[in-house]
Design a protein around this ligand. Sequence first.
Ligand SMILES: [Zn+2]
Length: 366
Amino acid sequence: MERGLRVGRIGGAPVVVAWSWWLIALVLVGSYYGSFAQVLGPARGLALSGAVVVFLFASVFLHELGHGLTAQRLGLRVHQYTLTFFGGETTFDAAERGPGQSAAVSVMGPAVNVALAVIAWAAMRVPALGPWPRTLAYWLMVTNLFLAVFNLIPAIPMDGGGLLEALVWKLAGRRSTGTLVAGWVGVAVGAALVIWGLVASTRSWSAGIWPLLVGLMIAPSAWGSVRRGRHSRRVDAIDLQELVRPALVLATGTPLAEAVRALAATPFVLVAAPGGPGAPIIVGVVDQAAAFSVPPARLAGTPVEAALIPLPAGVALRLGMPGRDAVATMASVADRVALLPVLGAEGGVVGVVLMRDLAERLRDAS
Ligand SMILES: [Zn+2]
């Protein structure tokens, strides 16, 4: 999250104005001040250019609030509202419950800008309004229409990209497909804007700079989406049946001699504590090196626990579980263990899955 000045909190989420925003605010006041001061004099010129920037700030902020309050209504926790150089950003728990809710969160930002444009348009019709307030209302209308249209560009990371992602998610039934499509469209739009900006800047620097900057902002985020989408597809495609390796299970207290005999058949020998009815409680996996280092004469009298690598109690995979859940389960213990037991439909152990096999699968297939 970009750092900046915290100006308040809404619904528990901090509102941060990034340092880049203050820069653009200064540039805007400076660029408007010249023409306003010529007509209105320095004091009123400064006031009007200040008002323009405050209105822009309010429009962008209310846009973000549209996202944030919708997300909160849908039960998602909003982390932070940030106003940046390019506008705003609302960060919240990404796990929307479905494409409909994701679309609602995306659309409510631009919808707020459309509403503000309508309000500004109505204000312009008020006969009592003087020429300068009317100019300000006109400016507010145009700015909000621009914000709505700009944000609806159907390319991630824009709101329109979020809508496109949700639409494809709904149609394809898989979020990762939506992320991938909206990401690729974003890459294409970003690249087109960069090319447009470069071509335009050969004629006029000021005509080329904005498409170039926006293209350079969109393209990397969109590429991030493509990568996220690809990763999600690999995760969804994980089938434990293809990764499981055979394992044997011994009870606690079994002599190590028996474990050494089992190791001749498979390198993965699990040890189970006597559990209740149903699933065994796997307490660990036999450490081959430790088992083979015990002198043969002592193997019969040493319990298997003497050469045990402990496994986290109660953590196991199940055949047929969604790839997403399997990856999450393995990730939760990846810093402690190299494998996890896999249980079958009846609750018995069918084998083990190695962390490195899973990592390789997530790297390779696409
Ligand atoms: Zn938005």
